[in-house]
Design a protein around this ligand. Structure first.
Ligand SMILES: NC(=O)c1ccc[n+]([C@@H]2O[C@H](COP(=O)([O-])OP(=O)(O)OC[C@H]3O[C@@H](n4cnc5c(N)ncnc54)[C@H](O)[C@@H]3O)[C@@H](O)[C@H]2O)c1
Length: 316
């Protein structure tokens, strides 16, 4: 297949580009490098079968060029303003990129008769409802412009699937971790920050009491779930939405201790004030995904060990 990966220079997008290229597909990456890095994909660009277009999903120019030069079968859209905090500070920009940009992409994809469009949605659509685990048929309670835009993306994906006849797949990612996740970003996630600090023997800071729990999934298991949904589109039916996590949870206290242990670190744990808006408990029901036959290949512990190995080799 010819796969268009929007946001393909970012953390999940660049790992996906490597994964699907290794599986024998042609990869076309569109990214404006807002939070992604060309070095995440520099080892595969110019390789036969991988093309990089620097551009914005909101612009017609790069998409016109891409679709005139390539016959696209499948689009996976990772391109987004990804920070919840930044989305709260700048809701209009969030809407501009995550919703209007996605509409632009969906229209190009539809008019050019792609077969499948995968939307990278988020567990954030569930908000902080107390019901656990989070099931796909729960009423969404998005609590930030980021979460609202991710939910809108699901509806637009389904809407344009009806208009143009492609398959719409909506994936609600839980907390993803693995190689190339940026620990330096202002809004970096816990796993890369903890790993980097542990490898440097610096103290790990936990916000709040550390009893908050999350469903962390290794990026290559997440990508294998996306691949499974694409390959079994006929079985799963059109306009379907799936949680992608392990259906397990770990507290931030346990996570920090495990990272210190696995990296053989001398770091200690320190506590800081609870961050406003931090959700206490979140983990996925993955019954729907598993009932369709997906099985994880790596798992949390092995994934975490592999992520630590990657940071050991790549940390500055
Ligand atoms: N990382 C997670 O735990 C997680 C959880 C839930 C959902 N998601 C979703 O998965 C997707 C990928 O997340 P990530 O963690 O890899 O983030 P990331 O910031 O590493 O990747 C996003 C990529 O999109 C690009 N981009 C942003 N705006 C663009 C635009 N207008 N045009 C073209 N490219 C643009 C960025 O440069 C970056 O390369 C995002 O849509 C995010 O909302 C991620």
């Amino acid at each position: 297949m010819n796969i268009l990966i929007a946001g393909g220079a970012g953390f999940i997008g660049s790992n996906s580009a490597h994964y699907f290229r290794d599986a024998g597909h042609n990869i076309i990456i569109l990214d404006n490098l807002l939070s992604g890095f060309e070095e995440n994909i520099s080892d595969i660009i110019d390789d036969k079968g991988v093309k990089f277009y620097k551009g914005d999903i909101r612009d017609k120019g790069p998409l016109t060029k891409i679709f005139s030069e390539n016959k696209i079968d499948l689009c996976i859209n990772f391109a987004a303003l990804v920070s919840v905090a930044e989305s709260t500070e700048n809701p209009a920009l969030t809407e501009e990129i995550n919703t209007k940009g996605m509409i632009n992409l969906l229209q190009f994809c539809g008019k050019n008769r792609i077969k499948t469009f995968v939307h990278a949605s988020s567990a954030a659509v569930y908000g902080d409802s107390q019901e656990l685990p989070k099931r796909e048929n729960m009423l969404p309670e998005p609590k930030s412009p980021y979460a609202i835009s991710k939910l809108a993306g699901e509806y637009y994906n389904n809407f344009f699937a009806s208009i143009y006849g492609f398959n719409a797949v909506n994936c609600r990612f839980f907390n993803v971790f693995g190689p190339k996740q940026n620990p330096e970003s202002q809004y970096a996630a816990a796993v890369p920050i903890f790993i980097k600090k542990a490898l440097l023997n610096k103290n790990l800071t936990i916000f709040g009491d550390g009893k908050q729990v999350r469903d962390f999934i290794y990026v290559y298991d997440l990508i294998s779930a996306i691949e499974y949904l694409i390959n079994n589109a006929d079985k799963i039916g059109n306009k379907n939405t799936f949680n992608i996590g392990y259906g397990n949870y770990i507290s931030i206290n346990e996570l920090s201790r495990l990272i210190i242990k696995l990296s053989g670190s001398q770091s200690e744990i320190e506590y800081s004030e609870h961050r406003a808006g931090d959700i206490k408990l979140s983990y996925a029901s993955v019954k729907k995904l598993k009932d369709f036959g997906w099985k994880e290949k790596t798992g949390f512990n092995e994934g975490l060990a592999r992520a630590i190995e990657w940071y050991k080799e790549n940390i500055d």
